[in-house]
Each structure stands twice: as structure tokens, then as C-alpha cells.
Design a binder for this molecule. Structure first.
Ligand SMILES: [Zn+2]
Length: 138
């Protein structure tokens, strides 16, 4: 059985390798779905929503909300954010992680996508607001 929890947060990002308006620093209201898949246990639950919420808030949402995503995720496209989220929650029985950059644009990460991905090794650099604006200026 698949169990999904939905999250919404606000955060800024820019795509340094992209030619177009997304290379400039800008913000989104992001939406996130975290889906786990396990069997339904005797208590009637496959996975406790409260536990799924708490783990995702602690490891993902509270770290990204009202931040510049580039501080944690290099080149933070919706695709790479979905992979990063999977990485933070990789000890859970994940089935899918979906990240909405806009209400009509989203990327979904599967176990296959995560297995083919190499997590970034260098720690993300925490920049000042001015450095972000400079880096995200075309
Ligand atoms: Zn964007």
C-alpha cells in the first residue's frame, strides 16, 4: 500500500547552468509529495502519517523553508531537489518523491532514478544574500 504526505514550503533558488529567466534568483511556493510503500500491518497502518510528517519536516521542509535552496542542493532544479529529498529520507521505504516548482510543473523521483544518481560530495556553500543575488544574476 502506498501512503503519501503532502508538504508546502516557500524557498528561493536559481539555476546557474540554465539559460533563461530561471538562472536569476527567484522564489516559489514549492509542493512536495513523499510516498512510501509497505504492507498494511495488524494495526491497520502501512506507515504512520505522523512519523512520515515528522521525519520529512525535520530532514527536509524545515531546512528548505524560507531559504535559498542552492545552499543545500547544487543547481537545484525540481529534478535534483527530488533526488536530494530521497537522499535525506533514504532509510524509509520510499516509492516516489515528487517536487512541484509551479502548480503545473513537477518532477517525480523513483527508486531507479535515485540508484542512478550520485549524491554531491562537496558540502554546499552557505552564501550571503548578496552573494546569491550576484550568483543568480544573468
Ligand atoms: Zn524556479
Amino acid at each position: 500500500m502506498k501512503v503519501t504526505k503532502e508538504f508546502v514550503f516557500d524557498a528561493a533558488h536559481y539555476l546557474p547552468n540554465y539559460e533563461g529567466k530561471c538562472e536569476r534568483l527567484h522564489g516559489h511556493t514549492w509542493k512536495l509529495h513523499v510516498t512510501v510503500e509497505t504492507t498494511v500491518k495488524e494495526d491497520g497502518l502501512a506507515f504512520d502519517f505522523v512519523k512520515l510528517k515528522q521525519l520529512t519536516m525535520d530532514r527536509v521542509v524545515n531546512r528548505l523553508d524560507h531559504q535559498v535552496v542552492n545552499d543545500l542542493v547544487p543547481n537545484p532544479s525540481a529534478e535534483l531537489i527530488a533526488l536530494w529529498v530521497w537522499h535525506q529520507l533514504r532509510d524509509l521505504p520510499l516509492s516516489a518523491v515528487t517536487v512541484w516548482e509551479t502548480p503545473t510543473s513537477f518532477a517525480t523521483c523513483s527508486a531507479e532514478d535515485y540508484a542512478a544518481w550520485t549524491p554531491p560530495t562537496e558540502p554546499a556553500v552557505v552564501r550571503t544574500r548578496e552573494e546569491h543575488v550576484r550568483a543568480g544574476r544573468s
